[in-house]
Write a protein that binds this ligand. Structure first.
Ligand code: SF4
Length: 452
């Protein structure tokens, strides 16, 4: 829990020596409480105070990074129970579970990893994908586990890995085959947490912690943190979807509302629903736990329609409600290869506006130019009302797009909702301003009626 300025003041030397640049220790404490200054500016603070203040300033849920280089994601680090209170910071990872009992080489592992690699989708201008492959040592055979891991490494070198075995030697060998992948290893439990923690620490890996209930998991994480290791992911899997949801909610509440450190870590859920034809159970589990409050959701099979639904849901939940989703403000060519006779349309850089207009221009079968104006992600009417979609800004965007040297005509199509600006826009740009349809659905008819 965050300390107040007075709480911090009580821990400072109270000599008012001014070495920190503040006239008094109290002034320094107040600045520290609002994060306007860092603690190291006071040279006389004791080690004990440093530790207290550092631990008090840590977020209630630890952020853990998995993977490395360009192939990494951070999970956890959330500060609110509900997205509308502020935002969720680190999107939930998704992935599949593979058993090392599956045939290798060239068999089932290969098929499933190939399908996993295709779980990449383009949605509202963003590339979204499944990230994790969890490999479980069901066979108890070191050779089978390593063979399966090698196959995964060969076929999907950019996936994030979760390696699950009760055999420390098998995990050690597996980790020695990986270079800078920073996987998650486990499961650590009451019986093996010491060796698992040492293994994870030595190999720069995250550690999956499990237990029969939340009390047992909390007891294990406490012991692991006492060993000085905190790169922990809590495994809250439960065959009963209700119990699992309940535990995920309790963990989030305890961490945020009670600042309960032993459960202040990101979470993972392995959906145990069996996959069958037309079976939506895995998707139901996945979607439920993405919504509340898993940091990683693993489902049994790489089924594209399930993942499309899950990553779409994730994209919506983890979009910052304070920041509209935007597209780059620039000139777009749409519907083929527009030329110097093609129509020129104008719109705003609100992503939903763009992705509503784009397919309608394609539907018109008339290749067109679309000048997207930077309106800070506001839609047409909102941007106009906020004076972010003005004739001046449109003229500026047209200049940046160099559209006057791209087309030989001087006709500009504006959205029907901002017909009111046509006179001034004509005056400022020197272009004939055509007022287009109000709704995107009217674009094909409008374009065909005026341009063919
Ligand atoms: S340097 Fe430390 S002891 Fe001196 S005034 Fe600042 S906070 Fe107080």
């Amino acid at each position: 829990m965050a300390l107040t300025g007075l709480d911090i003041y009580k821990l400072l030397p109270k000599t008012n020596c001014k070495k920190c640049g503040f006239p008094t220790c109290l002034a320094f404490a107040m600045a520290l409480a609002t994060k306007k200054v860092s603690l190291d500016k006071c040279p006389d603070v004791t080690e004990e105070t440093k530790q207290i203040l550092e631990s008090a300033s840590e977020p209630p849920i630890r952020t853990v990074t998995i993977g490395s280089g360009e192939n990494k994601i951070s999970i956890g680090g959330e500060t609110v129970l509900f997205r509308h209170e502020k935002t969720f910071y680190h999107k939930c990872g998704t992935g599949i579970l593979l058993s090392d009992n599956l045939s290798v080489p060239g068999g089932e592992i290969k098929n499933k990893v190939s399908l996993f690699n295709k779980l990449v989708f383009d949605r509202v201008g963003q590339k979204v994908r499944a990230e994790f492959i969890a490999l479980k040592n069901d066979s108890d055979s070191e050779t089978k586990f390593i063979d399966a891991l090698n196959e995964i490494n060969t076929l999907s070198s950019d996936s994030l890995l979760i390696l699950l075995s009760n055999n420390i030697t098998t995990l050690e060998k597996a980790l020695s085959t990986l270079k800078d992948r920073r996987p998650v290893v486990g499961p650590a439990n009451t019986g093996n947490y010491e060796s698992m923690t040492n293994l994870a620490r030595t190999n720069n890996a995250g550690l999956l912690v499990t237990g029969k209930d939340l009390d047992e998991i909390a007891a294990v994480t406490q012991k692991i943190t006492d060993m000085g290791f905190r790169e922990i992911v809590l495994d809250l899997s439960n065959p009963d979807i209700n119990s699992c949801l309940e535990n995920l909610t309790q963990v989030r509440r305890l961490a945020l509302r009670k600042n309960y450190r032993p459960l202040g870590y990101p979470t993972i859920v392995f959906c145990s629903a069996k996959q069958g034809e037309n079976n939506c159970d895995a998707l139901t589990c996945g979607a439920t736990f993405i919504a509340k409050y898993a940091s990683i959701v693993i489902v049994p099979e790489p089924v594209d329609w399930q993942f499309l639904a899950m990553v779409t849901l994730r994209q919506n939940i983890y979009a910052d409600p304070q920041k509209p989703v935007t597209v780059q403000p620039k000139l777009y060519s749409i519907g083929g290869t527009p030329d110097n006779k093609s129509p020129v349309l104008i719109t705003t850089n609100f992503s939903l506006t763009y992705f509503t207009i784009e397919p309608e221009i394609i539907n018109s079968k008339i290749p067109s130019w679309l000048v997207v104006v930077d309106t800070d992600g506001l839609s047409v009417l909102t941007a106009w009302a906020a004076e972010k979609f003005t004739p001046e800004k449109i003229v500026d965007a047209m200049k940046k797009a160099n559209i006057e040297n791209i087309v030989e005509h001087r006709k500009l199509i504006i959205p029907g909702y901002v017909a009111v600006m046509s006179g001034k826009l004509n005056e400022l740009s020197g272009w004939e301003v055509l007022v287009g349809s109000r709704e995107a659905s009217g674009i094909p008819k409008f374009l065909r009626s005026i341009w063919l």
